[in-house]
Every structure is written in structure tokens, then in C-alpha cells.
Ligand binder design. Structure first.
Ligand code: ADP
Ligand code: MG
Length: 279
């Protein structure tokens, strides 16, 4: 069983990428499970025809942990993909990572960690104990980072590299960086910048996913691009990602950069503006 986690900044495209990757894997007749580990709880929506499924944390609050069975928390979506949403705390109270911890405990009890591929879609702005859980406890051995060329997206990706490095040092669990997925925002020199970043942390860009409005078309029709327009170039990119993930043999403990180094790297891919003082 392959267990992979997709990390990245909020809004960078983790759920879009995860859902399309899951759909592409399911099209290969693999048994796939996708676990949304973001309080935003919309990871699996495009696999569920636009439905926001109930979250594990909400269900625990409503019914009590002991009363929950597999059919309460696992929902079948596109091509039988088993979908779970961890959920989050009530706004303003509690720890955001708690949903993940509670979800994993419940799924353990239900013996639900099964299939060919389990994909964890995890918020990467904060890598507190809860959000680090998929890597810390040996669930996800392979980590992929989604980033664009925007400084803050690279900053979040860099933080996750730091977390992987720390976790690999302090525990016997195997968790390694499998590569970087560039989900384009069309920033200046983006492809080269993300490639330079990947190289500097000791990794590589696994797949480049262009920014394409077909994603919005698919989204507004509550489908993945794979389902909405399987013959499109964009669907081809997601299939390429699925192939790259399934055949990947390069897994590393990453290094990481200081903020100044990241900024310096970003600046080196900009064309200087005339008449403006640059650092
Ligand atoms: P995250 O899960 O990281 O918070 P989402 O996957 O929800 O991010 O993506 C945020 C928005 O960005 C989505 O509503 C989607 O429409 C858009 N998006 C993501 N990837 C692409 C892309 N490659 N091209 C165009 N739009 C995209
Ligand atoms: Mg998301």
C-alpha cells in the first residue's frame, strides 16, 4: 500500500491536484482513498459531485466516537474512491490539528487504512503536531509539495522541508520528500524558480501543472478535470503526475533555506525594474 501526502500553502491547489491525482489513479483501476486533512473540508468535493461530506470531527461531536462505523465516515466517490474529511475545530476554539489526530484514531479502530493508494491532502501553512501527524506517525512515507513561484507558497513548501528534515532526524519513521509539483500561477520566471528551489532543497520538480481555466470549468461542474474533460491537455498533465508518482524511486531528506535565501532566489528570476533600487 502506497501512502502519500500532499502538502502546501492554503489555496495553492492541493485539493485540486489531489483530487485529479486520485481520479487518474482510480482510472488505472487502483483502489484509492483520499483523506482531507484541512479544516477547509473541501478536499474530496470534486470526487463527490460537489458534495461536502460530513467531517469526522463533526460526526464525533454529534454521535460520539464509539458509535461511528465505516459507513458514517467513508463516502464513495468517483470510481469508488473512498473519501474522508477530517474537519476542524469550531471557529475560535480548539486546535486545528486535532481533527487529524481524531480521524486517524477512528480510522485505525475501523481498520480503514486499506487499498492500493492512500492520499492525504494536508494544509501546510502550519506544521504543528496535528498537521505533521501523517508524516510523523509513519502513515505517509512519501511527501509531495505543491507550490507556485509565489514567495509565500515557496515559504510554506520550505517550512515543510524543514519539518520533514526534523522528523527524519528525531524519529525512526520513514518519511521522505518525493518531489515538488509546480502548480503554476504564472509568476515571473516561475518554472525556473521552482526548479531552482527544488534543486536547492535536494529535490526536483516532478510535474509542471499549467494554470488553465479548464480547472474552473470542471470545478463549476463539480468534477475533476479528469472526469470533466479526460482528453484535455490538463487531464494529461494530471495523468503524467499519476505516472510520475507511481514510478518514483527518488526519495530524500530535504535541506531547507533561510528566508533571505528564498528572497534572493526569487529576485534572481525577476527582470529588474528600471529606476528602482533593488536589494
Ligand atoms: P488548496 O486545497 O491548496 O487550498 P484548491 O485546490 O482548493 O487549493 O485551489 C484553490 C483554487 O485554485 C481552486 O478553486 C481552483 O479553481 C484553483 N486552481 C487550482 N489549481 C489550478 C490550476 N492549475 N489552474 C487554474 N486554477 C487552479
Ligand atoms: Mg484544499
Amino acid at each position: 500500500m502506497k501512502q502519500i501526502a500532499i502538502y502546501g500553502k492554503g489555496g495553492i491547489g492541493k485539493s485540486t491536484t489531489s483530487s485529479n491525482l486520485s481520479a487518474a489513479l482510480a482510472d488505472r483501476n487502483l483502489a484509492v482513498m483520499q483523506i482531507g486533512c484541512d479544516p477547509k473540508r473541501d478536499s474530496t468535493r470534486m470526487l463527490m459531485q460537489g458534495r461536502l461530506i460530513p467531517t469526522v470531527l463533526d460526526l464525533i461531536r454529534e454521535k460520539g466516537e464509539a458509535n461511528l462505523g465505516s459507513s458514517d465516515v467513508i463516502f464513495e466517490g468517483y470510481r469508488g474512491i473512498r473519501c474522508v474529511e477530517a474537519g476542524g475545530p469550531e471557529p475560535g476554539v480548539g486546535c486545528a490539528g486535532r481533527g487529524i489526530i481524531a480521524t486517524f484514531q477512528l480510522l485505525e479502530r475501523l481498520d480503514a487504512f486499506k487499498g492500493d493508494v492512500i492520499l492525504y491532502d494536508v494544509l501546510g501553512d502550519v506544521v504543528c503536531g496535528g498537521f505533521a501527524m501523517p508524516m510523523r506517525k509513519g502513515y505517509a512515507q512519501e511527501i509531495y509539495l505543491v507550490t507556485s513561484g509565489e514567495l509565500m507558497a515557496l515559504y510554506a513548501a520550505n517550512n515543510i522541508c524543514k519539518a520533514i528534515a526534523r522528523i527524519s532526524q528525531n524519529s525512526r519513521q520513514i518519511c521522505r520528500l518525493g518531489g515538488i509539483i509546480c502548480n503554476a500561477r504564472n509568476t515571473p520566471g516561475e518554472k525556473e524558480l521552482v526548479e531552482a528551489f527544488a534543486k536547492s532543497v535536494g529535490s526536483r520538480v516532478l510535474t509542471y501543472i499549467p494554470r488553465d481555466e479548464i480547472v474552473q470549468h470542471a470545478e463549476l461542474n463539480t468534477m475533476t478535470v479528469i472526469e470533466y474533460e479526460p482528453e484535455s491537455d490538463q487531464a494529461g498533465r494530471y495523468r503524467e503526475l499519476a505516472e510520475a508518482v507511481m514510478t518514483n524511486t527518488s526519495f530524500i531528506i530535504p535541506s531547507f533555506l533561510e528566508m533571505e535565501e528564498l528572497e534572493q532566489m526569487g529576485r534572481s528570476f525577476l527582470t529588474p525594474r528600471s529606476g528602482v533600487r533593488e536589494r
